[in-house]
Design a protein around this ligand. Structure first.
Ligand code: FAD
Length: 372
């Protein structure tokens, strides 16, 4: 058994953010990440203005990402299209770029990052690895994101009766596609799901979908679902016509939207998607992940392992409003009848979109900046 006083499991935005803060403070820790190379996680890549503020606290400036600028939201339901300015500019970036930049920043700050190390299960704060070794820690930052680790998995009920799948394809850059999408984040609504589209740093388009399993089963396969949606919704079809046919369709099952860890135990800090899962149409999951990394690491620096339960309670409180509101919006967005009734209202009160966009962001906390 290898003793590691402070262990971070997962090197996505949440784990990397915690590692940067701990490394800057000179706190000894190890971050283990199962992938050997940084991949392109299934994610829309929309970085909200609030997420950008958190990134700046970690020393990551937008220019380091070379990302596409996003200033508008465009909501498309059948023939109806409404547009509104975002409260503040956002960015579109691939996860490969973002995760690479964050982990590099952690290493530069002095973090010990071990790649190709997979935690198979947890017992308290002791981690068993898939090669049979064990890491004994006093404090564990669980940042495994979309993936549950045996012994600390989120409850199965959180997935709901008709679980949600995340799907993603990337469309290669093309001038016509750039003209269609421009500086907007698009939300295409359909029965039991939605598709988000925005451009990224290389002008490729990230097409990311959240869809209920029943809708997927009815279509037969992810590719068949995309074909069916492209036929049924001409504006979406216009964008999907840029597929070459050779794009991989990445998928993740059972996304527990709406789930939050409302209380914690000493020594275990749950971060990112392991702390709370906001519906992806809000474009704030990475913001919550990075804020959780900042706050958990600062809470630990101020109060040690014993600070975990209070951090978890406070973080659950901080994410209650954005997650609940995004859940209501998602429920409406996935029901064509509700959408058709609500869209005229949104177009007559443009400030409503702005207000919803603002209220689905995580608020500020003293723990964003320093230990408490
Ligand atoms: C369809 C979809 C679209 C989305 N679009 C957006 C968007 O546009 N904007 C936005 O802000 N958010 C979006 N999100 C949410 C966002 O992707 C997540 O909230 C965010 O990635 C959470 O970060 P994390 O660090 O908690 O987890 P992750 O990003 O999932 O990172 C977890 C890391 O832990 C590693 N890991 C996992 N298990 C183990 C293990 N057992 N041992 C070692 N390492 C492990 C993984 O390899 C990974 O690197 C979207 C989500 C979905 C599903």
């Amino acid at each position: 058994m290898r003793p590691i006083p402070t262990l971070i499991v997962g090197g996505g935005p949440a784990g990397a953010s915690a590692a940067i803060v701990l490394a800057r403070a000179g706190a000894t820790h190890v971050l283990v990440e199962r992938s050997r190379e940084t991949g392109d996680a299934i994610c829309g890549g929309f970085l909200s203005w609030r997420t950008l503020e958190s990134l700046a606290r970690l020393g990551v400036e937008p220019s380091a990402l070379g990302a596409a600028r996003i200033t508008r939201t465009r909501i498309i339901a059948g023939e109806r299209v409404i547009e509104a300015a975002l409260p503040r500019p956002a960015l579109g970036v691939s996860r490969r770029t973002l995760d690479t930049v964050l982990l590099a920043r952690a290493v530069a700050a002095g973090a010990a990052v071990e790649r190709g190390v997979t935690v198979r299960s947890l017992e308290g704060t002791t981690a068993s690895l898939d090669d049979g070794a064990a890491l004994a820690s006093d404090t564990l930052f669980l940042a495994s994101g979309k993936h549950d680790v045996r012994g600390a998995a989120r409850p199965a009920e959180a997935r709901g009766d008709d679980p949600v799948l995340g799907l993603r394809i990337r469309l290669a850059a093309a001038p016509g596609l750039t003209r269609l999408i421009g500086d907007a984040v698009e939300l295409h609504l359909f029965d039991r799901g939605y598709v988000g589209i925005n451009l990224q740093e290389d002008n490729s388009a990230n097409v990311c979908m959240a869809v209920h399993r029943s809708a997927m089963l009815a279509a037969g396969s992810p590719a068949a679902l995309l074909d069916a949606l492209a036929q049924q919704y001409p504006r979406l079809g216009e964008r999907l016509a840029y597929r070459s046919g050779s794009e991989a369709i990445d998928a993740i099952a059972n996304v527990p939207y709406g789930w939050r860890a409302t209380h914690g135990v000493g020594g275990l800090f749950r971060l990112g998607d392991q702390a709370g899962v906001i519906p992806s149409l809000a474009g704030e999951g990475m913001g919550i992940a990075i804020a959780s990394g900042l706050r958990a690491a600062h809470a630990f620096l101020g109060g040690g392992a014993a600070a975990a339960p209070r951090f978890q309670r406070d973080f659950a409180r901080a994410t209650r409003r954005p997650i609940a509101l995004a859940g209501l919006v998602r429920d409406a967005a996935e029901r064509p009848r509700v959408t058709l009734a609500a869209l005229p209202l949104l177009s007559h009160i443009p400030r409503l979109i702005d207000t919803i966009a603002s209220l689905t962001r995580i608020g500020h906390s003293p723990l964003d900046d320093s230990p408490r």
